[in-house]
Design a protein around this ligand. Structure first.
Ligand code: ATP
Length: 235
């Protein structure tokens, strides 16, 4: 992604009541770039995504998207400006079909219609009339990523897409993310699965206790995984 910065997270703090969850977190995302946020449970990864989306208030610092300040705006305004958030819970609307679940997010002018989305998720193509509740965990994950893509975002925030999935399905999620590389799309990927992150990310941001503790290219991460692993395993 050489043509400029898409997202700037500048020295943000965030709190839950009186407890501080983020301390001076900064990183940026370029156009068509995949940035992985890695760290243990409680490191602040989800809070960072929620802060970008406007679901958590930022108490210090600022977040800009395409040069415009988005921190302080409402989540639906942030969504409309071109950011989609796919939370970790991946709850489908169980009474809606796969097609309805995906197309809930569709907006006029989106480059991603159902056909296009299904081209990345061939496993869903035969299931579009099933109800969301009738899918396996991996199929639900594909479906909620599809729903995130439907509005045509330029930035996709993905919270632990590998969570709870069998290794073979995790590989499939990795392949889907790799295929999205051809789109005018950037991704912030929260992960605890280091291999998945290293296989799809351009850059890695490592978090611990609400702070950014390291930043590296995926290339550096592949050469020195121990630099990241020590922030993932418990000592
Ligand atoms: P996980 O993968 O478990 O979600 P994470 O790196 O995404 O971990 P966060 O969920 O962002 O971490 O949590 C950061 C800190 O904020 C933790 O100390 C957590 O206990 C706290 N926290 C998160 N959500 C809440 C909440 N709703 N109320 C109070 N504290 C919270």
């Amino acid at each position: 992604g050489a043509d400029g910065r898409l997202l700037d997270v500048e020295a943000i703090d965030a709190h839950y009541g009186r407890s501080q969850a983020l301390f001076n977190v900064s990183f940026d995302v370029g156009r068509r770039e995949v940035v992985a946020l890695l760290g243990r449970n409680g490191a602040g990864k989800t809070t960072t995504l929620r802060s970008i989306m406007g679901l958590n208030t930022v108490s210090q610092g600022a977040i800009s998207f395409e040069g415009n300040r988005i921190s302080g705006r409402r989540p639906h305004e942030i969504a409309r400006s071109g950011i989609s958030y796919v939370p970790e819970t991946r709850d489908p609307f169980s009474l809606l079909t796969v097609e309805e679940n995906i197309m809930l997010g569709y907006r006029d002018g989106s480059p991603y219609d159902l056909k296009r989305i299904l081209s990345w998720f061939p496993d869903l193509a035969g299931l579009i009339q099933r109800r969301g509740s009738q899918l396996s965990g991996g199929q639900q994950q594909m479906m909620v990523i599809g729903r995130g893509l439907a509005p045509g975002p330029r930035l996709l925030l993905l919270d632990e897409p590998s969570q709870g999935l069998a290794p073979v399905i995790v590989k499939m999620v990795g392949r889907v993310l790799a295929e999205l590389r051809g789109e005018d799309l950037s991704i912030v990927l929260v992960e605890q699965n280091l291999n998945l992150a290293l296989s799809v990310a351009d850059r890695i941001v490592v978090m611990e206790n609400g702070s950014v503790v390291d930043r590296l290219s995926a290339e550096e991460g592949r050469r020195h995984p121990e630099r990241i692993e020590r922030y993932l395993t418990i000592h």
